[in-house]
Ligand binder design. Structure first.
Ligand code: AMP
Length: 115
């Protein structure tokens, strides 16, 4: 068994972080190192998918649930428009291998695609 991911540890209350929203199978937190005026993370409760490619292949409904929560959060925290980023693999900037979506909103700069 590998170590629980940082997101599993947050979900289980082992690491303090406010869970700002949740659905049956997903939850959301604020990114600790925001790279946009609004920078949230939407995360499946299950740690079984390492990245969005695995998730989409195995459970597209769970991916749709993540997108739905991202949309709800963008409406609640900003004007409803948002950028959704899934860093995939170390070369794609991924550092936590428990799939998660970056929800970026609020005065996004053309160039600021990095999450
Ligand atoms: P990625 O680099 O795409 O895997 O994204 C991981 C994200 O998790 C980064 O944007 C980090 O800033 C964020 N992060 C790491 N630790 C925490 C934490 N304890 N609470 C909230 N966000 C975190």
């Amino acid at each position: 068994m590998s170590e629980p991911s940082i997101f599993t540890r947050i979900l289980e209350g082992e690491i303090p972080s406010e869970i700002i929203a949740e659905t049956e199978n997903t939850f959301a937190i604020r990114d600790i190192n925001p790279r946009a005026p609004i920078h949230l993370l939407v995360i499946p409760k299950t740690p079984e998918y390492r990245n969005v490619v695995e998730l989409a292949a195995s459970d597209p409904e769970l991916l749709a649930e993540m997108v739905g929560l991202a949309n709800t959060l963008a409406a609640e925290h900003s004007d409803g428009d948002f950028r959704l980023v899934f860093n995939t693999g170390p070369g794609g900037g991924q550092s936590v291998f428990h799939v998660h979506a970056h929800v970026l909103a609020g005065g996004l700069d053309e160039a600021s695609t990095g999450a």
